[in-house]
Design a protein around this ligand. Structure first.
Ligand code: F6P
Length: 320
């Protein structure tokens, strides 16, 4: 029978990870299980940083950004001699089920453990919304709200100076933060993998806006695609629009989680604990699909690719 469940957070931190940790610990305790946390993500698992916790540990964390059990990136975790140390620690601590809250990298690490006979459960927590097995990740909603707050402010100053603002947002290689924020802000342009830059079209549009004496232009650019400073120079040269760049960076990862992220975190944690208690189930990844919390066997989930919201790109073009 399952007796001990451990929880860790790994990869880039995301708002809502604490809310999810809280819900996992409280649900596990409710069903009479011993609950543990692993500090510093997969790295802490390799180092054996495992500690038993009680309900008090989860007091006043539902609204806190970041992750109180910290996170880390450990690309070497895919090497057998590294992840076997983690397996040994889980066996030593007699942990029956490990819940990992994180993104793709974390899930790949969980996959290594699962193939060595450890029951693992993955909960998607990353601002990037780039996990194949879920339509939404914990942290995406908050990061999107943060971006919108920043863009609203930039619009004020941009409009006062009749400027074009190029705003770089995160997402690693996924354009969701860019696409959703462009839609939410009515941006004049968006550049991301799913909506690549068409220079001539962009310059034509900005020239026209300049000729119409428009007060400002907002262009959202996804990270890792191009150098926005170079693009800004080109825009100035080709269109005459005074242009400034803003890289929002890790600001997007901080802050108190939105109500949507807190609720998603609690629902996914509830599913994770149900899976942990169900001895007929092996390792699974939790997700949300059409509003319902779902689960997939880990090997199946690892092969799934993130699908973009149908029609979003077209809608952005229509509304510009
Ligand atoms: O995965 C979350 C994320 O914030 C990405 O959007 C970004 O590319 C990356 O992490 C940055 O990672 P780090 O803070 O480790 O440099």
């Amino acid at each position: 029978m399952v007796k001990r469940i451990a929880v860790l957070t790994s990869g880039g931190d995301a708002p809502g990870m604490n809310a999810c940790l809280r819900a996992c610990v409280r649900a596990g305790l409710y069903y009479g299980k011993e609950m543990y946390v692993v500090y510093d993500g997969l790295r802490g698992l390799v180092e054996g940083q495992i500690k038993q916790v009680n309900k008090d540990f989860t007091q006043d964390i539902i609204n806190r950004g970041g992750t109180i059990i910290r996170s880390a990136r450990l690309p070497e975790f895919k090497e057998e001699e590294v992840y076997m140390k983690a397996v040994d620690n889980l066996v030593d601590f007699e942990i029956d089920v490990l819940i990992g809250i994180g993104g793709d990298g974390t899930f790949k690490g969980l996959g290594c453990l699962s193939r060595k006979g450890i029951k693992v459960i993955g909960i998607p927590g990353t601002i990037d919304n780039d996990v194949g097995s879920t339509e939404q990740t914990i942290g995406f909603s908050t990061a999107l709200n943060t971006i919108c707050e920043c863009v609203d402010k930039l619009k004020d100053t941009s409009g006062s100076h009749q400027r074009c603002s190029l705003i770089e947002v995160m997402g690693r290689h996924c354009g969701d933060l860019a696409l959703y924020s462009a839609l939410a802000e009515g941006a004049e342009g968006v550049i991301c993998v799913e909506h690549p830059l068409k220079e001539d079209k962009l310059f034509r549009k900005l020239r026209k806006m300049k000729a119409q004496n428009k007060s400002h232009a907002i262009i959202i650019v996804s990270e890792n695609l191009l150098d926005i400073h170079d693009l800004a120079k080109k825009i100035e040269k080709e269109t005459g629009f005074d242009t400034r760049t803003e890289v929002l960076g890790r600001l997007q990862r901080g802050g108190s989680p939105s109500a949507e992220d807190r609720v998603l975190a609690a629902r996914m944690a509830g599913m994770a604990i149900n899976i942990a208690l169900d001895e007929s189930l092996d390792s699974q990844i939790v997700g949300i699909k059409s509003g319902n919390i779902v689960r997939y066997p880990i090997e199946e989930a690892l092969k799934m690719e993130h699908e973009h919201t149908h029609g979003l790109r077209d809608l952005i073009d229509i509304l510009q």
